[in-house]
Structures are given as C-alpha cells and as structure tokens.
Design a protein. Structure first.
Length: 205
C-alpha cells in the first residue's frame, strides 16, 4: 500500500526528525518536516495532557500546510516530583533553555532523593487537514541518573537510565534507543497498523 503525498512531521527538532525518519524507513511514503516549508505560526501547547498537545499540533499543522501531519508530544514523568516535568518537559527550565540547562535543573531538583523512578511518555497523533486524527502511545520506564552520561540523543536522554541495558538513552545507539524508547514503542504500534493508516489517509484526502 502506498500513499501519494508527503506525511509532514510537525516539528523542527533535528533529533525528532532523525528518529522518525529512521522509523519510517521500511514504508513507501515521503516524509517531510516543518523545515521543508515556510514559516507557520507556532502552536500554543497549553493542553493538560500529552494527548491534548499531540492532537492540537497535528491538526493545526495539517490545516496550515494542507497535507497529513504527524505530531508527537512526549515528556518525562518523575514520580518523586509528582509527575513533573510532564507536559512542561520542553519548558521546564524556561522557554529558551538548552537541553543541558533542563538536565541540570532536574538533577538539582532530584539531589538527595532516593526514589528516582521515572518514565518517558510519547503520544503520536496523525491528522488530516479536515481535522480527524489517530492516536498511538508508548512508554518507557527507567530511573533518573545521578549525573549526565553520554553524547547521543537529545533532551533528557543523558539523565534517563534504562536498567535493562544498563545505559542512559544518551549512551545508546539510535537502533538500541528506537527498540526500547517511548517514541520507538509508540512508533511500533503505528508501524503495525500502518497499512490501515495509509487506507485511512487515502479515504480522507
């Protein structure tokens, strides 16, 4: 099954673009991102849940560009912090904070904390310009490391330790991370349904 037209990743984040493109390698579909289009207004991510934000981004992008769009909203949920940073993961240390600054802030918040359980959550939404959307979810449980380790990945990867592989996400190869990560697991659900998704897209365009 093929689909005539691009699926647009509703992001300019190079790390996310690279991960999603690698996950779509086996499918006959053209993948673009917001970097391939002119500027569009930013989406206000004011939802109370990851699903709220993912659907809002996907629907807004699809309507603005006129092609089906895929958006994800993902973040880190830390048990000892009452679920923070949660939907505020990208803005936890301020709107323009670097990944390093976000990691430093979180490690400071966790200083001396014994229970370091955490999980990443990813919600993927695919939307068409008329507004309807599909939802896929993935989670990955781990712990907050005592310090940043590793140079791969992005975001909180250097401080998210995955016990099964005895590595932080930032120490993993892209192949390792895609097999176990929240985004990789959400994408695996999408991949299993992708023939049906292509039919769904063709029926709505």
């Amino acid at each position: 099954m093929t689909f005539d037209g691009p699926l647009v990743l509703a992001t300019r984040n190079e790390g996310k673009i690279s991960e999603f493109k690698s996950l779509f390698t086996d499918f006959h579909i053209e993948i673009k991102s917001l970097k391939d289009f002119g500027p569009i207004p930013p989406v206000l991510e004011d939802g109370e849940t990851f699903e709220d934000n993912a659907v809002k981004k996907a629907c807004f992008t699809a309507k603005a560009i006129g092609f089906p769009a895929l958006a994800d909203d993902s973040g880190l949920v830390v048990k000892a912090l009452g679920g923070m940073p949660g939907v505020l993961s990208a803005r936890y240390a301020g709107d323009n904070a670097t990944d390093e600054e976000k990691n430093i802030k979180l490690l400071e918040e966790m200083e001396g904390v014994i229970n370091r359980e955490a999980k990443f959550i990813c919600i993927i939404s695919i939307a068409v310009p008329m507004g309807s959307s599909l939802i896929y979810k993935g989670t990955c449980e781990g712990i907050i490391a005592q310090k940043s380790t590793g140079r791969q990945g992005f975001g909180y990867d250097p401080i998210f330790y995955y016990p099964n592989l005895k590595k932080t996400f930032a120490q993993m190869s892209s192949e390792e991370k895609n097999r176990v990560s929240h985004r990789g697991r959400a994408m695996a659900e999408l991949q299993r349904d992708f023939d049906k998704v292509l039919i769904w897209l063709r029926q709505r365009l």
